[in-house]
Design a protein around this ligand. Structure first.
Ligand code: PLP
Length: 398
């Protein structure tokens, strides 16, 4: 977004705030589609940014949902359950019950443990339904099923009347820049799927794979994306598995459309160093791979006036901790109280992964910058104070 668009948003709402540019979002999904094999489906991981769920739902085939909260958000937006892939290590039994009992299509469920399998099995049975599931294969952590457990389920239940085991889901991590690693993972999945066929006569219809596509957040860490996607696409089309492939993507869809705006509220020189305090901080802005501002994100001053020579600034948020540093030694042509800093590429996770409750500060506002160029305020500044306060009236009532 350019400076005049950002300024138009500031007329609507004050900082700190997030802006998500919906034209950039749809351009980004087009870019991904144009650089991936045409047969591949896309599943948006809602956790990356729930504020985009409605817009993205019209642009991708599936939405991955990992918690009752994410489900509620998507349901309140009126999104179709048919699009949902319900995932996560803890699937709340009451929610599974409600979802499966509904009259409309149930959506797809992943299975991350034997207990989850039998929970879904019982719900499907009592709801007189056959529900589609994907067995999530572990990559060596708390997520997913171990290979022998997945194999046993396939051996025993592949023709089951309550659960339709469609195939395998696999996600091993995010920010994967190594094509070698992706190649190893796809080869592993190919071999596993082949083994299911030779050992159990089971032919998976689909594979849902989280590639963990990387996003470059910091200066000097730019990625040659077209080449990266070209090589990754060659790996996908070279797979022996011939069924449907869906890619679960969060970060790489949502990051580029996000802007975090925060205002300088104080400046000082302490022991010879320039400090600026902003009205936001690390409770509202988290970059994957950032630690104590060791790296420099893409940040600029909104409409800086000509101010003379550059000097280094340390940008700190308004929490009571020395950890609340957003950028260290940032060369800027002066910085003044009232200046607005624009942090780019902040559309995925940055807003939700922070320690929002620390110091009981308000949550930032959220604005969707619509394709017609008008900003839409979809969340105002919300106080968190009530969340950190005892409710004695409530305890007196008990
Ligand atoms: C199961 C699963 N799929 C997809 C994603 C999205 O990953 P990314 O944002 O790296 O694309 C995640 C993120 O944690 C995940 O847990």
């Amino acid at each position: 977004m350019n400076d005049s668009q950002l300024k138009a948003v500031l007329e609507l709402e004050k900082t700190p705030l997030y802006i998500f540019d919906l034209s950039e979002l749809s351009d980004r999904i087009c870019f991904l589609r144009n650089h991936l094999p045409a047969s591949v489906l896309i599943c948006y991981a809602v956790k990356a940014n729930p504020f985009l769920a409605q817009e993205v739902s019209g642009l991708v085939e599936r939405l991955e949902i990992c918690s009752p909260g994410e489900y509620r958000i998507c349901q309140n937006l009126g999104l179709s359950q048919e699009q949902f892939v319900v995932s996560g290590v803890y699937k709340t039994p009451s929610l599974m019950h409600d979802m499966i009992a509904r009259d409309d299509a149930t959506g797809l469920f992943t299975v991350e443990s034997l207990q989850q399998f039998f929970l879904l099995y019982e719900e499907a049975k009592s709801g007189h339904k056959r529900i589609p599931v994907l067995l999530r294969l572990t990559s060596g952590n708390q997520f997913g099923l171990d290979e022998p457990d997945a194999e046993k389920l396939i051996a025993d239940y592949q023709h089951d009347v309550h659960l339709d085991i469609r195939g395998i889901q696999y996600f091993s991590g995010t920010q994967k820049t190594s094509l070698k690693r992706l190649e190893r993972e796809l080869e592993y999945l190919d071999s596993f799927l082949e083994r299911l066929q030779t050992s159990y006569g089971y032919r998976a219809q689909e594979l849902e794979f989280g590639p963990g596509f990387p996003v470059s957040y910091f200066q000097g860490e730019e990625l040659a994306e077209p080449e990266f996607f070209k090589s990754f696409s060659a790996l996908l089309t070279g797979m022996r598995f011939g069924g449907l492939i869906t890619l679960e993507i969060g970060r790489s869809i949502a990051a580029s459309c996000g802007y975090y705006l925060t205002r300088v509220v104080d400046t000082k020189i302490n022991k010879g160093r320039n400090y600026a305090i902003v009205d936001g901080g690390i409770h509202q802005l988290v970059y994957f791979g950032q630690f104590m501002a060791m790296k420099r994100p893409h940040v600029r001053i909104l409409s800086p006036s000509i101010r003379g020579s550059e000097e280094e600034w340390n940008i700190f948020g308004s929490l009571c901790t020395i950890n609340d540093v957003l950028v260290k030694s940032l060369p800027l042509p002066g910085l003044h109280v009232g200046d607005t800093l624009v942090f780019e590429n902040t559309g995925a996770y940055c807003m939700t992964e922070g320690i929002s409750l620390f110091l009981s500060r308000d949550l930032p506002a959220v604005v969707l910058f619509q394709c017609n160029g008008t900003p839409l305020l979809v969340r105002g500044h919300i106080s968190t104070a009530f969340l950190n306060a005892p409710d004695y009236e409530r305890s007196n009532k008990k």
